[in-house]
Design a protein around this ligand. Structure first.
Ligand code: AMP
Length: 471
């Protein structure tokens, strides 16, 4: 097994690694660090949780230890898609560079330019920035990128999702072509491949296993819901979430609740709070100081439920989250992997529960395709579990249906669908009837109850076993 001491890092860096309590390098570190120390470009295909941040910060600290920064000419640059991720990378630098004298500046939106200008003016070894804010500084004539020796692009796939690729290309073109580039992405979309082909020179390619395959310690569940009425769908979904949380009881020590939209992040956080749960929202529209406060409270255990959007939560390093709740089924299946990867970290047990309505069928199927397996179905608990805090109208309107087990792919469809529906079908608006279909959901297609295979059931299925043998 490789040890950190085998990686040719300087004793000062090794000391900091030891102080951080790391015993052995993770696979991405084992692959990326030696190549980076040799001065090679690195293409790291890895996602959050793999230790990739130390994979680039450790060799950078080693390489930058010699030399001094000049005013307004940073020596290295780390580009991150979100402010939180940038702040986290900065923290990593602080942790690992404690025995080395390095100056750094964090250029992120939502913070005044003045303070950042001051740092840049003095000269920094490491500049950590989001692309927009970096270019703002550049355009104000406050910054020169011609002294960049090492440039890191972190979470390039997220940069692509957020429309930052033109900014990244521009930034690349402002730095000297002699720079060393360390480039990280969880996936290699064609656009990312193009960028790496253009700006990286003969990179060492280090690819580590997807987290999805590694996260055997995460128990996954999906709760299928069906709104009793279209205008109650959101309310009932929130009620289901509370019932799920109540069902998890004390095992749920802290959790992240993911929503697809920022507006829902706010609504869900408010609703949980109203029902006596210790919850707060985090998304890109909140100001930086509030986001930092919320995150700190969550890290310290003061806050129990962090309600988040994908972008805000991306790359956050929050150890020991007992649960991840997917209030919404993510529309990009990759996001499911990222979301659930927030629990069950570093070999700990974790649990994730997702709420899925009939409109989510397609996205749920895509996630299961990506996982290569079905997510076990659980009955909606809000028919059996008491809500966290007794309430007025909302509890009375709890959807009354319980869903039967969904047929597993290998099971004969006739057998499972022939199970009697546990609850009578509730009249649905016409539009919802059309959306529903397939994947073992309702048996009331087009208002007509289908038993077994409906009109198309082959007659041998109706025969008894003895009849079949003799017939
Ligand atoms: P990252 O993928 O960079 O977000 O890192 C995920 C987590 O792994 C962070 O909490 C790091 O502190 C931790 N970590 C990084 N490298 C190691 C290592 N070699 N051994 C144990 N933990 C590590």
């Amino acid at each position: 097994m490789t040890k950190f001491s085998d990686l040719a890092l300087s004793p000062k860096v090794l000391k900091a690694v030891e102080a951080a309590g790391y015993e052995t390098p993770t696979p991405i570190q084992e692959g990326a660090i030696p190549a980076a120390l040799e001065g090679r470009d690195v293409l790291g295909i890895a996602q959050t949780g793999t230790g990739k941040t130390a994979g680039f910060t450790l060799p950078m600290i080693h390489l930058l230890a010699r030399g001094r920064a000049r005013a307004r000419m940073p020596r290295s640059l780390v580009l991150c898609p979100t402010r939180e991720l940038a702040a986290q990378v900065a923290e990593n630098f602080d942790t690992y560079s404690q025995n080395v004298k390095l100056t750094k500046a964090l250029l992120i939106g939502g913070v005044s330019f003045k303070e950042q200008d001051l740092l840049i003016d003095r000269g920094v070894d490491v500049l950590i920035a989001t692309p927009g804010r970096l270019l703002d500084h550049f355009e104000r004539g406050k910054l020169l990128l011609t002294g960049i020796e090492i440039m890191v692009v972190d979470e390039a796939d997220r940069m692509l999702d957020m429309g930052f690729i033109p900014d990244i290309e521009r930034i690349f073109s402002l730095t000297p072509f002699t720079r060393q580039t360390l480039f990280f992405s969880a996936t290699m979309a064609p656009e990312i491949e193009r960028i790496t082909n253009t700006f990286l020179s003969n990179p060492a390619r280090v690819e580590v296993a997807r987290q999805a395959t590694a996260s055997e310690t995460i128990a996954q569940e999906v709760v299928l819901i069906k709104p009793s009425r279209r205008d109650r769908a959101a309310k009932e979904k929130r009620e289901t979430l509370r019932a799920i949380i109540a069902r998890e009881g004390e095992s749920c020590t802290n959790a992240i609740v993911f929503c697809n939209r920022k507006t829902d992040v706010d609504i869900v956080a408010k609703s949980l709070k109203k029902h006596g749960l210790n919850a707060a929202p985090i998304h890109g529209d909140l100001d930086q100081s509030q986001r930092t406060r919320t995150l700190d409270a969550f890290r310290s255990g003061e806050l129990t439920f962090l309600v988040a959007s994908d972008v805000a939560a991306r790359g956050l390093d929050i150890p020991a989250v007992s649960h991840v709740f997917n209030y919404d089924v993510p529309s990009h299946s990759e996001d499911y992997i990222h979301r659930i990867g927030r629990t069950g970290r570093a070999g700990r047990e974790g649990k994730t529960i997702m709420i899925s309505a009939p409109v989510d069928d397609k996205n749920l199927a895509a996630i299961e395709r990506l996982l290569g397996k079905d997510i076990p179905r659980a009955d909606s608990p809000n028919q059996t579990a008491a809500p966290v805090v007794a309430e007025g109208d909302e509890t009375k309107e709890a959807p009354k249906r319980s869903r039967g087990r969904r047929p597993r792919k290998e099971e004969p469809v006739a057998e499972v669908e022939a199970e009697p529906a546990e609850q009578p079908p509730v009249e649905q608006p016409q539009e919802q009837k059309r959306e529903r279909g397939g994947r073992g959901r309702g048996s009331d297609r087009g208002g007509k109850k289908v038993v077994g295979m409906g009109d198309h059931m082959p007659s041998f299925i109706a025969m008894s076993f003895a009849e079949r043998k003799t017939g």
